[in-house]
Structures are given as structure tokens and as C-alpha cells.
Design a protein around this ligand. Sequence first.
Ligand code: NDP
Length: 442
Amino acid sequence: EVDWFSLASILFLLMFAPLIVYYFIMSCDQYQCSLINPLIDLLTGKKHLSDIWDKTPALTYRAAGIYTLWVAFQVFLYVFIPDFCHKFLPGYIGGVQEGAVTPAGVVNKYQINGLQAWIITHVLWFANVYYFHFFSPTIIFDNWIPLLWCANILGYAVSTFAMIKGYFFPTDAKDCKFTGNFFYDYMMGIEFNPRIGKWFDFKLFFNGRPGIVAWTLINLSYAAKQQELYGQVTDSMILVNVLQGIYVLDFFWNETWYLKTIDICHDHFGWYLGWGDCVWLPYLYTLQGLYLVYHPVQLGTANTIGILMLGFIGYYIFRTTNHQKDLFRRTNGNCKIWGKKPEYIECSYMSVDGTKHYSKLLTSGFWGWARHFNYTGDLMGSLAYCLACGFEHFLPYFYIIFMTILLTHRCIRDEHRCFSKYGKDWKRYTAAVPYRLVPGIF
Ligand code: NDP
């Protein structure tokens, strides 16, 4: 059942999320990243909506060509080049891997080759920059708004296709979820794991590529633009490239672990993931780099080191917390967390077919500090990206605000699900670990 609050939120997002993305990107293009000046111009009548719209670059054949090539290349890397990185990179888990059991009891196989796709794409990018010179490294920045229209077309097309597919030819009919509410189903998805053929998995492809592979290239393009405009790349731009680069590489290095996260394990594939991965992620997660093209902030050594430390500590917490849970679950508790045997709460749940299953909730390590300390680490890292942009404008800080809302909402959504799953065992767990994100506060 869809309650009125969920429905109102969904309608709000469907109507306004594309406008929010447009507003941010347009503000940089026309107002030097000021979010308030477009409003002042409109409210004082100095400009009309049509003036802003007329100045907005339109969709071009060039952008359509670049985008089509980009997505086609990522599809090619995903579907046709099986992973070879796991054969020579010690500690890296890639190749064919199994996902979690779906509610209908299906275990999907995935071709984990994201790290390889990322490496090949970046090697080609640098080969072009330093050797071939087929295109300018500023190509992404130079076509940023025309590319926005392409990303929207793909985002809407894939979400609409996923909905039609869910009704008429689902990959696994037993794993479909119909609420009967059109908007909810469109937004949150019907099919759990839509696929084309054996290997093209919509969730894995759209979550990771083309958006996350592009993330680091987008930042590199911003750095190249700074170089072109000012003859140098600022320390803040390098910092944003490095910190976000670590986050992206971490994502691909741990792509197999990612199969067990909420996105893949619990979310269905609809507009939220389809459009979000095509548009929201590449456009709003890269706002810091875009901002720094218009405002080339020089932080100085002390600030750079301070922000770098915050980013590293955040990353350390994020990765270690995720690793602790992964290790604990993989070994069924037969491991050491911070040098000791882990403590945990035994819990049980019933699957749809009435079978009783057993599970464990870790209460050692960072999981004893708070129930989602991995999110806390993520938020510290996100804050570091924003701080790299100084305090002159609000725009780069949108990211930390958005991430705080996203992860808090995710935390509550997840806990609601866990409570439905584990019942009184979950209550015992929340009594043992009373805080969600920050010990003693929330
Ligand atoms: P988690 O990795 O925290 O997974 C939550 C699940 O883990 C729960 O549903 C439950 O599943 C299980 N669980 C909860 N508590 C425990 C415990 N104490 N011991 C063992 N298992 C437990 O959440 P996500 O998948 O959301 O996040 C993964 C990472 O991805 C996070 O670090 C997050 O910050 C990051 N992320 C980043 C985003 C971005 O846009 N940058 C977006 C989303 C996530 P079960 O049913 O198996 O018990």
C-alpha cells in the first residue's frame, strides 16, 4: 500500500528533480553558480523565464553523438569483455559472482567487470589527452548542458522501458512488485532485476556505468577546463579529483560487495534508479568540480591537508565499517573484529514460503558504535568535497545536504524493513546499539 506521504514525495520528485538539476547547472552556466541571482532576476522582473531558457544551450547532434558513443562503449565493455582484472590483481574479486537470494528465491549471476571498464576507459582518455588528441579533454565541460538533455532522454527512456517490461515481459515474474499506483510503480520500479539476455543487468549497469565511470572523467574535464581558462589547476580542484577518485575506485574495487547493498538487494528498478543514475548522479555529484571551474579556489597547504584528512578519515570509517559487516556475514561470525571475536545478536525471520531462517546482527567494531556508522563515514567524506570549495557560495554544499537527507531517509527505510523482517530481535539489537549515525546524538 502506498501512503499519502510516499505518494506526495514521489509526485514532488517526479515533477521537481529534473528542474532542480537544470536549475543548478543553469545557475553555473548563466550566473557563475549563484543560486539566488536567477531568482532575484525573475522576481524583480529583470528577466523572464523565457530569457533564461533562450540562453540555455539546446540539444546538439554533437552531444547526441558523444553520448550515444559513450553509452554504447560502456555497454560493450560491460557485456562483451569478461573480467580479467581478478586474474592478476591480488585481493580483487571480479568475474562471475552471485548476488543475494531474491524474495522469490532466485540467485542471479553477475559479470563483475566494472574495475576493468573503468581502467580501459581512463587509459583511453589519457592516451587521447597525451597522444592521439582526437578530442579536447574539456569536451565534457564544453557540452555539459547539451549532454544533460541526452542523459534525460536515456533516463526517461530506460525507466519507461523498465515499467513496460515489468508488465509485459518481466525477467522474473515472481520478483515483480505491483502496488497498483502508477506513479509509485514508475518511480520505485516493478521488476526486481530486469535483464536483457543472460548478462545485461539493468541495475548493475545503470548504477555503476555510465554514471560512476563518467564521474572521474567529468572531474578530469573540469580540471582541464581550469587549465585552459587560468593556466593552472588549483589545489582545491586536485583535492576534489583525488577524494572523489578514491570513492569511485573504491566502488569498482568492491563491486562484488556492492551486490549485497540495498540498491541491488532490496530496491526495484524504476525511475528512482534509472533516471537517478543517468542524470542526478553525474550532474549533482560533480557540482564541486563544476563550481571550481567558475571559482578557482586556492586553499593553501594547511586547508588542503585539513580537508584531505577529513576526507581520508571519512573514507576509512566508510570502508572499514562496510568491510566489518561483509567479513562478519561472509564468515558467519568466524572472524576477528578489532582483534577480538565479534559480538552479535542472533535473530530469525520467516520468508514468504513460511520457512524460518537465522541471521546475525553484529554489535562489535563500528557496528557497536552506531547502527549505520558506514553512512557517517560517507557523510564526512562528502563534507570534505564541499569544504574544498570554500564558503563563498551555497551551491557546492548542496551535495552534503542531499547526502544527509538521502542517507538519513535510507537509514529509516532500512530500519523499517529490518524491523518487519526481524521483529523483536531487531528491538533487542536497537537496545544494544541505540544510535543510528552519531553515538550519543542521533
Ligand atoms: P548497509 O550496507 O548498511 O546495509 C544494510 C543492511 O545490512 C540491512 O538491511 C541488514 O540487512 C544488514 N544489517 C544491518 N545492521 C547489521 C548488523 N549490525 N550486522 C549485520 N548486518 C546488518 O547499507 P547500504 O546498502 O545502504 O549502504 C552500503 C554503503 O553504500 C554505505 O556505506 C553507504 O554509505 C553507501 N551508499 C552511498 C550512496 C551514494 O549515493 N553515495 C547511496 C547509497 C549507499 P539483512 O537483511 O541482510 O540483515
